[in-house]
Ligand binder design. Structure first.
Ligand SMILES: [Fe+2]
Length: 290
């Protein structure tokens, strides 16, 4: 009995050390998006679900990786903070201060930001102060609005902020294909439309709305990934989420789901390394020449 107990304690200690090591690492994953609407080849980086984490002092390790990729734009599809820990707000703010020196930053809300719109929430006031500083930095916050890029012709970015009810634990709240039209402005039409949409559960609807590419996060890769199967559990506590991580194609539309960069509540990542996305946008038929 004592031997079994010792083995169990050892396993727990090894697991905790392994996870502490694993949670301080991230990888950079590349995607190519090819479209006849893209006139000019450019890069973007996607930072999802950082949740106030810092890779090294003031996120220097992450910033170095972003800087060396020379992105034209930086895209943040939500959850830069943890709603119940206001000490994550200054970390996020400091990170944004450095990001805007690299390239224009576009930020739409995840559930952790949206939740703090409610006045009754503990960190509501701190969140308001945080957002006021975010806007002063020149970060373009896009919540159910669109912007056409001035120095990248023919590209339009839209940010989706879903009502907090769409993040109910334990189930995916149904959304009809037309529901998005109530939240969002018109799709980009002739322009190439990028959608920042935190919750990947509605990937099909994002494509149906008209996003040429949507970038999502939220799932953190599912905490535990089973090789060959995918994500075990979403942060909304749904098992085997369909849109867990990676690229999903709907005709000529793409939805790319990031495994994210941070964690909260359950600080584990098993076969599920954190990731920064490097997206290369290229004109149609130019891919083989790269
Ligand atoms: Fe989230």
């Amino acid at each position: 009995m004592i031997k079994i107990l010792i083995v169990l304690i050892l396993l727990v200690v090894v697991f905790r050390f392994w996870q502490r090591w694993e949670l301080t690492k991230f990888e950079v994953n590349d995607y190519v998006i090819e479209s006849e609407k893209i006139k000019e080849e450019q890069h973007a980086v996607v930072i999802a679900d950082l949740h106030g984490f810092s890779y090294g002092e003031q996120n220097q390790r992450l910033l170095q990786q972003i800087e060396k990729r020379h992105p034209k734009i930086i895209l943040i599809p939500g959850d830069l903070i943890v709603s119940k820990y206001s000490d994550t707000f200054p970390i996020a703010l400091e990170f944004l201060k450095n990001l805007v020196q690299i390239a224009p930053v576009y930020y739409s809300f995840g559930n952790h930001e949206t939740r703090l719109r409610e006045e009754k929430r503990k960190n509501h006031k701190a969140f308001e102060a945080y957002m006021s500083e975010v806007e002063k930095l020149g970060v373009k916050v896009l919540n159910n609005e669109s912007v056409s890029l001035k120095d990248w012709e023919g590209v339009r970015i839209t940010g989706l902020e879903l009502p907090i009810e769409y993040y109910e634990k334990g189930r995916i709240v149904p959304m009809a294909e037309n529901d998005l039209k109530d939240f969002l402005p018109k799709p980009a039409g002739e322009a190439f439309g990028i959608l920042l949409a935190h919750n990947p559960a509605y990937a099909q609807q994002y494509a149906a709305w008209g996003a040429d590419v949507a970038f999502c996060g939220h799932n953190h890769g599912g905490l535990i990934r089973i090789p060959g199967v995918g994500s075990l559990l979403s942060p909304q506590l749904t098992f085997f989420p369909k849109y867990d991580a990676g690229r999903f194609e709907f005709g000529d539309k793409n939805v790319i789901v990031s495994r994210g960069l941070g964690t909260h509540t359950f600080h584990i990542r098993i076969f599920n390394r954190a990731e920064l996305l490097d997206i290369r946008f290229v004109p149609q038929n130019s891919r083989e020449c790269i």
